[in-house]
Write a protein that binds this ligand. Structure first.
Ligand code: FAD
Ligand code: NAI
Length: 466
């Protein structure tokens, strides 16, 4: 078996790279060690978490908001096994779609662990121990990432869990300690918080989702506090232990005091690390950096010619759409094209409710760089559409160049901002000024008017509805 391109790992980076390579006429193989395709994103990440977020949001609305809308129903009950079953069906259907795409594009799928023998030979070891070796001209490493585990927090997959177990809980926890106030913690915390779990967040830094613009974390904290979240910021987790059916977490606060927290579950969500185990990088001398990420140059090529790497296993945001863009980029590079990725314009979204979405620079980054900027913001409570749907929390914040008015960053927390951020990405890709957006018609009444209003505010401080 000889291929033009072999992709190792079938997540959103790998399977998209394989499709693009096949579209470009390259004979392509895809190696995946798990029994299903789609990687973290489809099996234990983006898709199942969004399925549970949607279900739990429906429950929350039925319990708290239907009455106000004039819908009287008996008190709704959570049927967690059914919620998890629906989530699993969504995953199966999505994964089946990838199998179809592989067949359609005539990509050979090999099941097993891929490992380098030489730069042009990859051994595939199946679960039953049998192995085959394939020849390849070029290889794309797309082996993704795994959760980071604190050595002093014994991860037993039962009481002390990661996102993978949190997507398959046997019961709705009465209480849950979440270590890490980042994206996974807030999304999965929202799922169980809405179902009635008492959530306690322990975060090392001084706010939630700390890599995003600080205004977003502050707003999100207010909303999550309304559904019963409590927060311990500037707390460093020291250790944890399981005592019967309870987890005891010890953390140290700013003053050096030890705080002891108890709950029936503890979710560890302190980030993810690149996954390269079993790949045999050492067999051919592929370099990794001090965080274990495969090192790549501007063409995403490793130090070994003809071997590329993409997605979570390399530097940059650990996002499915970033991995996808890189998959296309490498396939096109191999085919002799000259593709380009604008990393500044890869949006970030947190699928809580309200959703948080952002693109471009944060205010903190602009301050640190010394760039002169202006800010325009618009609260959803001033939006007619948001009043109609009872989604009054949040705001849109636009950062624009003080001299040229070019949009430098857009940060939104509010209803459907995950979808709304696309307009900001387009605007910034075409280097729009805040005034450009302010002068474009936005359908009324829509949530998108809030982006226009924030741009009006940034342009000449002339928002119309505040
Ligand atoms: P992965 O998806 O991790 O895929 C890597 C694949 O490689 C795996 O299937 C693995 O089995 C396989 N593999 C590894 N080593 C080998 C080997 N030697 N041989 C063969 N196969 C191998 N991102 C978003 O953009 N939006 C979201 O909403 C979102 N939600 C998330 C929710 C959760 C709970 C989690 C955990 C992550 C979420 N992410 C989200 C992040 C997203 O899942 C990752 O950024 C994305 O999956 C990375 O894609 P990838 O192709 O680089 O790797
Ligand atoms: P994260 O990096 O988003 O957040 C981790 C948090 O843990 C940080 O706020 C950090 O300060 C804190 N932390 C680290 N060590 C700590 C300690 N010892 N004690 C207390 N707090 C500590 O990581 P997370 O949430 O695990 O998610 C991993 C990645 O998965 C994300 O960075 C993101 O790339 C991806 N993801 C994306 C989603 C999306 O796009 N909607 C959804 C879920 C995950």
């Amino acid at each position: 078996m000889k291929y033009d391109v072999t992709v190792i790992g079938s997540g959103p980076g790998g399977y998209v790279a394989a499709i693009r390579a096949a579209q470009l006429g390259l004979k392509t193989a895809l190696i995946e060690k798990y029994s299903t395709l789609g990687g973290t994103c489809l099996n234990v990440g983006c898709i199942p978490s969004k399925a549970l977020l949607d279900s739990s949001e429906h429950f929350h609305n039925a319990l708290h908001n239907f009455k106000e809308h004039g819908i009287d129903i008996p008190t709704p009950q959570v049927n967690l096994p059914q919620m998890i079953k629906r989530k699993s069906e969504v995953v199966s259907q999505t994964v089946a779609g990838i199998n179809f795409l592989m067949k359609k594009n005539k990509i050979d799928v090999h099941q097993g662990v891929g490992s380098f023998v030489t730069a042009n030979q990859i051994k595939i070891t199946a679960a039953d121990g049998t192995s085959t070796t394939i020849e390849t001209d070029k290889t794309i490493i797309a082996t993704g990432s795994k959760p980071i585990i604190l050595p002093t927090v014994p991860y037993d997959k039962k009481r002390i869990i990661t996102s993978t177990e949190a997507l398959n809980m046997p019961e709705v926890p009465k209480s849950m300690i979440i270590i890490g106030g980042g994206v996974i913690g807030m999304e999965l915390g929202s799922v169980y918080g809405r179902l009635g779990t008492k959530i306690t967040v322990v975060e090392f830094l001084d706010g939630l989702i700390p890599t995003m613009d600080k205004t977003m974390g502050k707003e999100l904290q207010k909303v999550l506090a309304k559904i019963g979240f409590s927060f311990h910021f500037k707390h460093k987790v020291l250790d944890a232990k399981v005592e019967g059916e309870e987890v005891v977490v010890r953390a140290e606060n700013e003053k050096g005091e030890i705080v002891e927290l108890r709950a029936d579950y503890c979710l560890l969500s302190i980030g993810r690390k690149p996954y390269t185990a079993g790949l045999g990088l050492e067999n051919i001398g592929i370099k990794t950096d001090n965080k274990g990420r495969v090192e790549v140059n501007d063409h995403l090529e490793t130090n070994v010619k003809g071997i590329y790497a993409i997605g979570d296993v390399i530097k940059g945001a650990m996002l499915a759409h970033k991995a996808e863009e890189e998959g296309v980029f490498v396939a096109e590079t191999i085919a002799g094209q000259k593709p380009h990725i604008n990393y500044l314009l890869i949006p970030g979204v947190v699928y809580t409710w309200p959703e948080v979405a952002a693109v471009g620079y944060t205010e903190e980054e602009l301050k640190a760089s010394g760039k002169a900027y202006k800010v325009g913001s618009f609260p959803f409570k001033a939006s007619g559409r948001a009043r109609a749907s009872m989604d009054l929390d949040g705001l849109v914040k636009v950062l624009a160049d003080a001299k040229t008015d070019e949009i430098l960053g857009v940060h939104m927390i509010g209803p459907r901002t995950a979808d709304m951020i696309a307009e900001a990405v387009v605007a910034m890709e075409f280097r729009a000024s805040a005034e450009d957006i302010a002068r474009m018609s936005h359908a009324h009444p829509t949530f998108t008017e809030s982006f226009k209003e924030a741009c009006l505010a940034a342009t000449q401080n002339r928002a119309l509805h505040i």
